[in-house]
Design a protein around this ligand. Sequence first.
Ligand code: FAQ
Length: 311
Amino acid sequence: MTSHEERFQALIDSEEKIESTDWMPDGYRATLIRQIAQHAHSEVIGMQPEGNWITRAPSLDRKAILMAKVQDEAGHGLYLYSATETLGVTRDEVVELLHQGKHKYSSIFNYPTLSWADMGTIGWLVDGAAITNQVMLTRCSYGPYSRAMVRICKEESFHQRQGYEILLALCRGTDEQKAMAQDSVNRWWWPSLMMFGPHDSASTHSEQSMNWKIKRVSNDDLRQQFVDMTVPQADYLGLTLPDPDLQWNEERGHYDFGSIDWDEFWQVVKGNGPMNRERLSHKIKAWDDGAWVREAAAAHAAKQARKKEVA
Ligand code: FAQ
């Protein structure tokens, strides 16, 4: 081991954070760029399914809350792109990779939002799964990522509560409203479980990422945590999770659940999900439409810099 490697390993072993100015192995840097950029892209693309309902929210209050949530997701994307930049790549570079289809984003955002109840279910299940994953990332060994996660988790908790509250209102409403909530949960349950990624045995990066303390809990353990947390919440709503194999296992102290359709997962990850094409083309259009804003901001910054030089 070189002295650089020894110091890096000592920091990891003693649970201290790696900072952008510290030496780090190339693989550690590349893994972080991949994961954090993918996470940032997910936050930004994740605005689309809910953005679809802003104009159709059932009341002014619901509309204001939904708009605030969608704006929070944009903010999360920005903190995460900033965290990626601390590793030596620019935001433009990673955004370009996303647009070329060379970077991934979370599979979950490739499903359509068909009813208002989906706003509740996304908050409850999708944000719920995101928090389960992100709470462990607050303990990630890379300082800028772990610190971004602390703030993001606080906001995601509010998102989850607002989603649950939408579903609670629907479940206490008319039979039709309750049926709408049930239909929504039927569609989002399995894709939410897929968010945690492939089984540990099929996860290419987990072992190394756990050794580097980038990931602190495995994909399967997080998925189990999420199921255990969510089943009682579904009971309280009076909704049925669409899995006949779901049952409490006294011996394990966890819920058993059925098998995930991994073919569906990989199809979605490869770009063949119900909404992949629409999501990416909408993202590229929004980026192109916003070019004038970026140009104006750059021109303004250059002007301010010239002013400073003259003064
Ligand atoms: N979708 O070896 P692993 C949110 C890929 S934020 C697509 O296990 P890893 C907020 C993976 O990249 C949601 N691809 O990978 C919100 C790899 O492919 P690669 C996003 C997936 O990285 C809420 C391959 O499969 N959260 O929801 C997925 O060790 C509501 C093998 O997998 C994050 O990104 C997937 N679900 O573990 C916004 C959290 N799973 O790159 C709006 C940070 C796996 O080799 C509304 N990320 N793949 O080509 C992570 O914690 C990890 O990256 C995992 C995957 C756990 C997602």
